[in-house]
Design a protein around this ligand. Structure first.
Ligand code: AP5
Length: 216
């Protein structure tokens, strides 16, 4: 199965599409954001260290996230990884290449989800997720069928992220443009980059990603 990166600013739809690829194709989502939030919630030393940084919308250190990915990849059987929110810096991209080589895998494609900033504010401030299964919803564009109940697993535990506010989003976008967007040129130069219109309907974005996967 192919290994891909979903690359895009906060709210581009990376998590939404990664979940669909897990359900539809049995791929494996590796979201450093989810891993860091899990560490925060379970109160590990690392979780305590990164909590304030994440809430402000800044990037945590390369060392921490590379360590998290290394843990997941070491001993993983098979491929089909969807890297969601990783890499976010050139140092992370280099580390990923080395880690993949170490486990006998390679990267097949980098999907750049292209959106504009104005859409992101509405997407981020309306987002909530299911605390049970991680399904992603939106107050306006994708509400649950029954208010307060997850369509997928029936949980009533709906969660809003501490960094999903306009102030943190501004910092997250700045971090993206300063530190992550250089990866667009990096993967273009490697011949791995494919752009998809992230402003299209969720199904249309999924179809565009499916096309990329079918060509790998
Ligand atoms: P992370 O969890 O990775 O957050 P992010 O990159 O800011 O991305 P989001 O999860 O906010 O957005 P998304 O693209 O997944 O959008 P979604 O599908 O949910 O990172 C959080 C923090 O952790 C970082 O700020 C940093 O501190 C730290 N971190 C994580 N990884 C790191 C790393 N590698 N290095 C350093 N620090 C790291 O969609 C958003 C909303 O839009 C939803 O409500 C959804 O329903 C809706 N939506 C989705 N698609 C569509 C569509 N096509 N049309 C209409 N609505 C849509």
């Amino acid at each position: 199965m192919p290994n891909i990166i979903l690359l895009g600013p906060p709210g581009a739809g990376k998590g939404t599409q990664a979940k669909r690829l897990e359900d539809g194709r049995g791929m494996v989502q590796l979201s450093t954001g989810d891993m860091l939030r899990a560490a925060k919630t379970s109160g590990t030393e690392m979780g305590k260290r990164v909590a304030a940084v994440m809430d402000r919308g800044e990037l945590v250190t390369d060392e921490i996230v590379i360590g998290l990915i290394e843990e997941k990849l070491t001993g993983a059987v098979g491929g089909g990884f969807i890297f969601d929110g990783f890499p976010r810096t050139l140092a992370q991209a280099d580390a990923l290449e080395a880690l993949m080589a170490k486990v006998g895998q390679h990267l097949d494609a980098v999907v750049e989800m292209q959106v504009d900033d104005t859409a992101l504010v509405a997407r981020i401030t309306g987002r909530f997720t299911c605390g049970g299964c991680g399904a992603v919803y939106h107050d306006v564009t994708r509400p649950t069928k029954v208010a307060g109940t997850c369509d997928v697993c029936g949980s009533h535990n709906m969660v809003r992220r501490a960094d999903d506010n306009e102030e943190s989003l501004r910092t997250r976008l700045m971090e993206y443009y300063k530190k992550t967007s250089p990866l667009i040129g990096y993967y273009h130069a490697k011949g791995k980059l494919v752009g998809v219109d992230g402003l299209a309907e969720v199904d249309a974005v999924s179809a565009a990603i499916a096309k990329v996967l079918d060509k790998t």
